[in-house]
Ligand binder design. Structure first.
Ligand SMILES: *Cc1c(COP(=O)(O)O)cnc(C)c1O
Length: 388
């Protein structure tokens, strides 16, 4: 007899409880705190894109789109890749539209990893990575990004040692959530060299490709020899402030993209019918949209970083993304989780502890993450509360 009280969840998913965002957002709601925990914008995206979605709903885009995505969107993704990164992808066969970047990541890992295969990834990592790797029955091999005066870096020898005979994928996120790190040319060159040496496929999550404030965004796929072993993933959610639309994509050589499509067709099959042509409109917006959006976020980063420093946190450099991380030790903090649980009561602001994004929790115990993709008056209120 099976025990009805026993957890019916498969063993390999049991380590994944409800996410920290659920706990912290509930705390924000209960205490009335300003929620700088979860990374979603509190304004809508470009008007042209919103109008295009409304018009698509009224003009017959409400049924299943083609499995790989609407042709107009695949073409717009390919054009965007060429325009910003000089990368050429054939919209027929090398571009696949997915239910957000999250599905692109999950479908890629499920498509390419046999049970027991290893995935090298940098920690702290975006929370879906570990769960998708576990779903595939694969094994994660984290390499730690350590916080120092100049920001986050990894030990090249540690990365080298993480590669082995079972390594199937290298999972890279740049610009990086939660640290705000933008990987440098030198770091990427080493990653590319190791992928080639070990015949490993790179899976690159570049959802913050347009949000780099210091340095520059360098797609790994553009490094010599990498285009044909790289799946490059992005999404409309972060670039066009429409995280609820869940329109993402993956680009790469046809043999890899078709493998991902084989899995993806049995996950969601397709999604976001009327939003697909609207995202095509957004991707084709003039440079002024992209530079304006970046300038807005940069001002927000600077405002929040200055406020955190004034409140006494050790503020780490945030070169890109929506996020800035802060060291709680100058304020007498020891454990980020405890600190974040009491911050709403003490200061009326919600942040998330970085340690939940690490396997090696000691590396992130003193760090917490704030999101600044919020309206200026929300950030001002948060900064005022933290100063009090
Ligand atoms: C937000 C985010 C995603 C998820 O993107 P969706 O398009 O909403 O699925 C993936 N990776 C990182 C690093 C993110 O911050």
């Amino acid at each position: 007899m099976t025990d009805p009280a026993a957890d019916p969840l498969i063993a390999r998913m049991r380590p994944f409880g409800t996410t920290i965002f659920a706990e912290m957002s509930a705390l924000a709601a209960r205490t009335g705190a300003v929620n700088l925990g979860q990374g979603f914008p509190d304004t809508d995206g470009p008007q042209e894109m919103l109008d295009a979605a409304v018009s698509a709903i009224h003009s017959g885009y409400n049924q299943y789109p083609p499995g790989p995505g609407q042709p107009v969107l695949r073409q717009a993704i390919a054009d965007h890749q060429r325009r910003f990164w000089g990368l050429e992808y054939d919209p027929d066969g090398e571009v696949l539209v997915t239910a957000g970047a999250t599905e692109a990541i999950a479908a890629s890992i499920l498509a390419l990893c046999e049970s027991g295969d290893e995935v090298v990834c940098f920690e702290p990592y975006y929370d879906s990575y570990a769960a998708s790797i576990a779903l595939a029955g694969a094994v994660r091999r984290p390499v730690t990004l350590r916080a120092g005066e100049d920001g986050y870096s990894f030990d090249p020898d540690e990365l080298r040692a993480a590669f082995g005979p079972r390594t199937r994928l290298l999972l890279l996120n740049t610009p990086h959530n939660p640290t705000g790190k933008v990987f440098t040319r030198e770091e990427l060159a080493l990653i590319a060299e190791l992928c080639a040496e070990h015949d490993v496929t790179a899976l690159c999550d570049e959802v913050y490709e347009h949000l780099v404030f210091d340095g520059e965004h360098l797609p790994l796929a553009a490094f010599p020899g990498m285009r044909d072993r790289t799946l490059q993933i992005s999404s409309a959610g972060k670039t066009f402030s429409c995280t609820g639309w869940k329109v993402g994509w993956v680009c790469g050589p046809a043999r890899l993209v078709s493998a991902v499509l084989r899995v993806k067709q049995f996950l969601t099959f397709v999604n976001a019918g009327p939003f697909q042509p609207a995202v095509a409109v957004a991707l084709a917006l003039p440079d002024s949209y992209y530079t304006g959006f970046r300038a807005e976020l940069l001002a927000k980063r600077d405002a929040l970083s200055a406020g955190l420093a004034k409140a006494g946190f050790g503020v780490l450099p945030a070169e890109g993304t929506y996020f800035v991380t802060a060291d709680i030790r100058p304020l007498g903090g020891v454990d980020g989780l405890d600190f974040c649980r009491s911050l709403p009561e003490r200061s009326g602001v919600v942040a998330v502890p970085a340690q939940v994004f690490y396997d090696d929790q000691s590396a992130g115990r003193h760090l917490i993450r704030f999101a600044y993709c919020k309206r200026p008056e929300v950030l001002t209120e948060a900064v005022n509360r933290l100063a009090g």
